[in-house]
Design a protein around this ligand. Structure first.
Ligand code: SF4
Length: 411
């Protein structure tokens, strides 16, 4: 049984991000498996938490240095803010040449820690906030009600200033209906919310009708993986999220993507960037301007751009002007901007913000159990000196090999 869905977007009309195994926008460091929350369906084994020593974390960073270029280093976990030497680690990541991005649930973040992290060189934060987490002060909240929590962190970062602010939300078939409310909330706060990411929930329960193997041995994943009903009853795909975003944002037009490893049509990472002016969406950056941004950045910095500073994202007017030289989609956005400035000259002095919206579709299964992963995975981490998918690290820890799948043998 194949779980491929019909795409609503023609991937070939978009820019294929040039990110690959050796030269990417992002890399992924995990200094700890300890966490202060228990998200439903978390893919990490949190029951036997371990912190790496700073020397071990440095050794992982040396592996990245040897094998892969990237603009940013996502510092994840576990939750990196419970890592006792997080400030020192952020300093190390910065000194070794990456933009440190802290991927956290935010629970352990205080104003003082934020100051220390910024001083150590933190470039930005990606906050994971959704209803799978049962957050202590936000139990029984809906995804929409959690916008309050998101806003708390966005304002905290804005007060400190100069930090990129992103939010991740895991989406399942029940919470899909709330995606429009998150898209609208992000639009209303484009001056302090720079990126919104929707990650589609995956679990062995929803994987389908396959036999699983590790190193040739048949496995029963139901006995080794914690089951959860949070994920609902069916897998959600990028196309489903696209349809939901369009309900509230008819202009939605993604510019770039990463395809699948077995299906070139799979939209594994789907990137859109809109220009927001005075709370109004003026349109989305075109595939062509994305191509220019990625290639020009690589030409001058040696790496592909993943996270931009708040200073850069507030230069939407300049970007629209530059884009209008070569691109009719960007000319349309620039025309709208000029119209707003004629209508009210005070608008000349107001910033237009570029806000990113990403949809991430982890593994899906093609015919005969072929696994479709993200081609050019940005979230590669280090395991025993090698670069491996961070979303499937637990398979190596538990089974010593990645799990393979094949059509189920008849009983
Ligand atoms: S392959 Fe897994 S770790 Fe890599 S980007 Fe996709 S979901 Fe993330």
């Amino acid at each position: 049984m194949t779980q491929t869905v019909t795409q609503t977007l023609d991937h070939l009309s978009l820019f294929r991000l040039p990110w690959n195994y050796a030269d990417n926008g992002i890399s992924w460091l995990e200094p700890t498996t300890k966490c202060n929350l228990r998200c439903e369906g978390c893919y990490r084994d949190l029951e036997n938490p371990v912190h790496k020593t700073l020397a071990e974390a440095r050794a992982d960073l040396e592996v990245f240095k040897r094998l892969r270029k990237s603009d940013c280093m996502s510092i994840a976990g576990g939750d990196p803010l419970v890592y006792p030497e997080i400030v020192e680690l952020v300093r190390m990541v910065k000194e070794m040449g990456w933009k440190p991005i802290i991927n956290t649930n935010g629970v352990a973040l205080t104003e003082d820690l934020l100051k220390d992290l910024k001083k150590a060189g933190a470039f930005g934060f990606t906050f994971h906030i959704d209803t799978s987490q049962n957050r202590p002060k936000a139990k029984d909240k809906t995804e929409t009600e959690l916008n309050e929590v998101r806003q708390y962190y966005a304002e905290m970062l804005a007060r400190e200033g100069g930090l990129a602010c992103s939010f991740n939300a895991t989406v399942n078939d029940a919470t899909l209906t709330e995606v429009p409310n998150l898209v609208k909330w992000a639009q209303d706060h484009a001056d302090i919310v720079h990126t919104m990411v929707f990650i589609l929930f995956r679990s062995p329960q929803l994987a389908g009708d396959y036999d699983c193997f590790a190193d040739g041995q048949k496995l029963d994943l139901r006995t080794t993986y914690k089951q959860t009903n949070w994920g609902g009853s069916t897998n959600v795909y990028a196309a489903d999220v696209v349809a939901k975003i369009r309900e509230v944002d008819p202009l939605y037009a993604p510019a770039a993507y990463l395809n699948g490893t077995t299906n070139p049509e799979s939209l594994k990472w789907l990137l859109a960037n809109r220009i927001i002016f005075n709370g109004e969406n003026l349109g989305y950056l075109s595939p062509r301007i994305m191509e220019m941004i990625q290639n020009v950045t690589h030409l001058f910095t040696g790496t592909y751009l993943a996270y931009a500073s708040p200073k850069s994202t507030s230069r939407g007017k300049l970007l629209a002007l530059l884009g209008s030289i070569t691109d009719k989609d960007m000319r349309r956005i620039f025309g709208r901007l000029v119209g707003r400035m004629f209508a009210n000259p005070a608008n000349l002095f107001r910033a237009a913000h570029v806000q990113s919206m990403m949809v991430i579709q982890p593994v899906n299964f093609e015919e005969h159990g072929q696994q479709d992963m993200c081609d050019g995975c940005p979230d590669m981490t280090v395991h025993e000196g090698k670069l491996v998918w961070s979303c499937r690290l637990e398979e190596l820890n538990k089974h010593g090999a990645f799990v393979t799948t094949a059509s189920r043998e008849p009983a």
